[in-house]
Design a protein around this ligand. Sequence first.
Ligand code: GRF
Length: 212
Amino acid sequence: MSAQTKRPRPRFAILASGHGSNAEVLMDAFADGSICATLGLILSNRPEARVLSKAAERGYLSELVPSHGPGSFADRSAHETAILNRLQAHRIEHLLLAGYQRLLSPHFLRQFSGHILNIHPSLLPEFPGLYAVERQFAAKVPVCGATVHLVDEGIDTGPVLLQGAIARNGQEDGVKGLRQRIKREVEHVIYPRAVRLLLQTLLEQPVDAGSL
Ligand code: GRF
C-alpha cells in the first residue's frame, strides 16, 4: 500500500475518574506499538484523579472536564457537551472507559455507537453495576473475573468482547486483595487485547489469535 492510500490510524481517547491502573496499561500498549492506533487524549472528570499525572508522566495529552467543584458545569448535559466538544476537537473516534464513574446519556452514546469499550470487574452478566467486587467477595463465588464489553444504554449490558477469569485461592487479603488480583491478573491482560480485537474488527482484518 502506498503512503497516499494508507488508512489513517484510528484515534482513541481514554475516559477515567480514578487511580488509572487500566489506563496506565493501555497507555503503555499504545506507546510500545502493541496497540496500533493513536491515543489522542486522556480525559478525566476529577481533578484529583491519578490518571491525569500518569498521562502527563508519559507525555500524553490529558484534560480535565470537572463534573464537580470549581469550573464544573451546570448539569449533566452541559458536562457531557463539554466532553463531546473536547473529543471532537481532538478528532477522537473511539472511547475506552477505564474506571469512568459517570453514566453516559443515550445522546452521548449515539455519537460513538459501537465505538465505546468499558471494563467491568465481574464475569458479566453476573454482578453488573456498582460494588461488583464487594458483592462477589461477600457471595464467596469460587470463580471471579472481568469483562470488556461494548457500551450500550444499559448498566454493563452491552455485547461482550472479552472475558477472563481467576479461581479464588482463599489467600486474597479481603475485598482489596481480590480487587488487586482481578485487576492485575485479568483486567490488565484483557483490556489491551480487547482493543486489538476491536481494531481488527474495525479494520475488517482476519483475527490472528497469535497476535492477541
Ligand atoms: C476497574 O476495576 C474497572 O473494572 C472498573 O473500575 C476500576 C478502575 O480501576 N470499571 P483503575 O482506575 O483502572 O485502577
